[in-house]
Every structure is written in C-alpha cells, then in structure tokens.
Design a binder for this molecule. Structure first.
Ligand code: S3P
Length: 176
C-alpha cells in the first residue's frame, strides 16, 4: 500500500497542498514537521540549535519509517530526501515533487514568522539557492511526477495531482 508523499524545497506549499489533497481524497494526512514538533517538544529551530541537524535527521528517518506503514497523504520536510535510507523508502511510494521558483520560495521562507527554518537563518539567499539547486536532482530522481507550482493555485495543483493519481495508482482511485 503506497502513500502519496509530497516532497520539495521549503516554502513549496507541501503542508497546504497535503491538507487539501487529503480532504479531497478523504484520506488521512500527516505533516512530518508538525509531528516532529510534537514529538520533540520544541520547535524545529530550537531543536536544531540545541541538538544539531544530524539528530533531527535521525528523528525524521524514524518517523518516516513509522508513518509509511499506513496509507496516507504525507507532507515531508524539505530535507527528508537527503538521507540515503529515506531515499530508498521514498522510491517505493507515490512521490510528488512540488517545484517552485527560487525567488518566490526564498521570499516565502523569509516572511514566515510562525515557521522559522534553521537553514534559512544561517544561510544567505545565494546559499539557499545553491542548496535548492543541489537538492533539485534528488527531488527529481525520487519523484513520479513533478508539478511546477509557480503559476498555479492550490486548487489547480490538487486537480493535477488527482488526475495523475487516477491514471497511475488504482489504490487511490474511488471507482464508486
Ligand atoms: C528543512 C525543511 C523544513 C524542516 C527543517 C529542515 C530542510 O521543512 O523540516 O527546517 O532541510 O529543507 P519545510 O520544507 O516544511 O519547511
């Protein structure tokens, strides 16, 4: 049983799209970052500052393994694709890459005061662009479908995903 897993850089809209998509498909949604904040008992920013990125990545992998045991729509954190172990797990899922323009994503990340991203705090815009560029290859290699979100509304993105799912995974199609 596969899950629909949304991947992509910070600010790409994974959380928003996952919630709406799960509602349209009448399936559970799991937001990995939200889950981790609850598990860790502090914000991701605080966790990075106290225990470092490697410790966070370990928690992320453990959580990914657990949640993939059930069918769900999953919003990942942008860095989940970095661990080889996670890549192997993701290859077995219906992975959807939400791709956005660097300038738009960086502006969104910088303006978001409720979800402070540690990587955005410690890196310049130029460096963030570099990180995005490096990750792009991994996102693409894992994705079964890439959706360019730059000029699309959430509803348009969701419609595109649902069409794709209907044509590609009978477990996700309601034939009633
Ligand atoms: C990260 C992305 C964040 C969060 C953490 C690390 C990354 O999630 O998991 O700050 O390395 O790209 P979002 O992609 O939901 O912002």
């Amino acid at each position: 049983m596969t899950s629909l897993v949304l991947i992509g850089f910070m600010g790409a809209g994974k959380t928003t799209i996952s919630k709406k998509l799960a509602a349209r498909l009448d399936q559970p949604v799991i937001d990995m970052d939200d889950y981790l904040v609850q598990q860790l008992g502090c914000s991701i920013e605080q966790y990075f500052a106290t225990f470092g990125e490697a410790a966070f990545r370990d928690h992320e992998t453990t959580l990914l393994k657990t949640i993939l045991q059930k069918k769900a729509v999953i919003a990942t954190g942008g860095g989940v694709v970095l661990q080889k172990e996670n890549q192997e797990l993701l290859k077995q899922q219906q992975v959807i890459y939400l791709k956005g323009e660097a300038d738009i994503l960086i502006e969104r990340i910088r303006q978001d005061q409720t979800n402070i991203r540690p990587l955005a705090l410690k890196n310049s815009d130029t460096k963030l662009r570099e990180i995005m560029w490096e990750r792009e290859k991994i996102y693409k290699s894992l994705a079964k479908i890439t959706i360019d979100t730059s000029k699309k509304s959430p509803d348009e993105i969701i419609t595109e995903i649902i069409k794709w799912v209907e044509n590609n995974d009978e477990n996700w199609v309601s034939r009633s």
